[in-house]
Design a protein around this ligand. Sequence first.
Ligand SMILES: [Zn+2]
Length: 354
Amino acid sequence: MGSPIATLVADVFMNWLIDNVNKIGCSPQIICRYVDDIFCTFDSKEKMDQFYYNLNKVHSNVSFSKEVEADGQLAYLDVLLTKTETGIESTTYRKNNHTGLYNKWESLSPLQYKKSIIQSLLHRSYDICSSYQLIHKEFQNIKSCFLSNGYPDWFTDKQIKIFLNKRYENTPKNKQEKTTYIRRILYLPYLGETSLQLEKELRNFFRKYLKELAHLCLIHKTHTIGDHFKYKDKQAHLERCNVVYKLKCSCGHSYIGQTQRNLKFRLDEHNPSKSNHQATDVVKHLYTYPGHVTDFKNPEILASAFNYRELLIKETLLIQEQQPEINVDNFLPLYTSSIRRFYVKYLVDAQFLC
Ligand SMILES: [Zn+2]
């Protein structure tokens, strides 16, 4: 569907479209919609054809295709609906080209990932299937599917047991319960047994020394084949955003800064010859020493970040490490003003944890 906003716009448009179709008349008995996938029931073929005609008439750029039940069955999203004498029953639908290939048992990925795959499939089947017989059948399908992916029987059985116990346990969860501890999220690469050992040691450390104060949330990152094939064109240096940059002056002094915006736009603000220049440390330096020259076309990019917090932390650490002479506030004991505003608590906590 493209960018996240596209789904929202598509949903709004579809609401408008369905409202208009309903105004024309010939509404279905039941209508369900997931973005642009619509499920409808009608009491006659004529009404269905009329509704389909109306649907395609509302907007000239939108054309729907339809799928009608065959042998009393119809698939909608991942649900297979079947007509029976007593009503409609539902079970999980898999496309004909579904290979049943999942993360292999022998693959170098955390055990938690393998558990989660099975749990999510059990969860889906349990929610979709309309009777206990169908749920049982689906669970058997999942079991044989994972058996062919190398998973031992006892492992899948254990996951089914955990899933069902969770579903039917009688202890009500108190969602109002407040957690007073701080969550510390730590990302680590997954390297097999070494990572598991490190995780164990970290958890023991947290349990022993931090108990109620902090809770460790450890996420193992795995590599995909795609990580090794960068297909996107490299972005031009000056067009990049969310970066920590370094400017060098002809006197040998330097300046480190960060920007969330286009780098070129930010560098223009440091350039006294540009109309949009600001009273930055670089501008002050160049006014103080008129003979000095700064190359604004070739800044060094020291780091990039995914969010503002990460950007500020990286900028602060780099300033602390390199002590650039042109930065006026690089000798402040507790980092720059911007970081103080947002992250003093974070950094103090981090120090406490060290
Ligand atoms: Zn200089």
